[in-house]
Design a protein around this ligand. Structure first.
Ligand SMILES: [Zn+2]
Length: 316
């Protein structure tokens, strides 16, 4: 047992995320749900059905912050993030002994270190709402993603499977359909020359910059897409979403830039043909928060011609 455990720790400590060949999905009907018999607030299929689809489809279990999260299977903790930055917030990744890979997102805290061997049913974390640089960036729930026979880096983050299909059979109510979102689409001629090397805020409608906003009483869930057309792009430009946490009177408490997307120059087929860039993001805001988007030119003379902003969202 000790030898097996230390081998597993060694593999994870150097970050290989290796899987033994021949391992396969043997988990159907055996995985433990993270928090027992609780409501599913958004199914794996619901994540897939979003427009654009979720970048990491999984099952959302609605639990209050601080609920115990139990390991689905025996395995090793192969990844752990303790900061609230980025949309995932704090997370743990469990490589199950059957070769499958499970991620638990938006945690309040983790109780097991990287490399730890854990047993099925062991408490490994407490649920939260972390994400977007905040502990209230998401409404409280735990998001569980599952990949069969490999890591998300090997298989692709979007190629997860439905954890519920591998969870032990219990009399769970069928997951409710996600609510039908409101669709919003704006096309704006911006026509601005960007300063090189400085972030500029992207307007998404005349005089309007906010992509999404939640308050102390209204939560907002959605998927947003920004589609940019720009000329004069010889090197490229970068796009990022920034989350602002607000206080009760609307003042900015903290600002958290999310990971940026870099859009390289596309080869012009005709003189001064535009470069197009698409940025998409699923989000779930709870508490006073605002999202907006920035753009940064990597060469002088970039002129943004058009911004198309599409959003599917619902409020609760
Ligand atoms: Zn989710």
């Amino acid at each position: 047992m000790l030898i097996a455990a230390s081998t597993a720790i060694g593999a994870s400590a150097i970050g290989l995320d290796l899987f033994s060949p021949g391992l396969s999905a043997t988990a159907a009907g055996t995985y433990l749900r993270p928090c027992g018999d609780v409501r599913i607030s958004s199914s794996w299929q619901g994540h897939k059905n979003r427009n654009p689809p979720s970048g990491e489809p999984g099952t959302d279990y609605a639990v209050i912050t601080g609920t115990q999260i139990r390991a689905a299977a025996n395995g090793v903790i192969v990844d752990r993030k303790d900061s609230t930055t980025t949309a995932t917030g704090r997370y743990l990744a469990l490589r199950a002994d059957d070769g499958n890979y499970i991620r638990y997102l938006h945690l309040q805290s983790s109780t097991v270190p990287l490399g730890a061997r854990v047993a099925r049913g062991q408490v490994i974390a407490y649920s939260g709402a972390s994400g977007f640089g905040s502990d209230t960036g998401y409404g409280p729930h735990v998001h569980v993603s599952l990949w069969i026979g490999g890591t998300p880096l090997q298989l692709g983050f979007t190629n997860s499977v439905d954890f519920e299909n591998y969870a032990e059979a219990t009399p769970y109510p069928p997951p409710p359909e996600d609510p039908v979102p409101t669709h919003k689409s704006m096309t704006l001629s911006w026509n601005a020359v960007l300063p090189e090397g400085a972030w500029a805020r992207i307007p998404v409608a005349p005089g309007s910059f906010w992509l999404a906003e939640s308050s102390a009483t209204i939560k907002e869930t959605g998927e947003l897409s920004l589609y940019l057309a720009a000329t004069g792009v010889t090197k490229g430009f970068q796009v990022r979403v920034v989350a602002q946490t607000l206080n009760t009177s609307g003042g900015v408490v903290s600002t958290s830039p999310q990971p940026m997307l870099e859009v390289p120059a596309t080869k012009a087929t005709t003189a001064n043909a535009p470069t197009y860039g698409l940025y998409t993001l699923p989000y779930f805001l709870s508490g006073p928060l605002r999202l907006y988007a920035d753009i940064r030119a990597l060469n002088p003379g970039i002129r943004v011609q058009q911004v198309v902003f599409k959003k599917n969202y619902w409020q609760s």
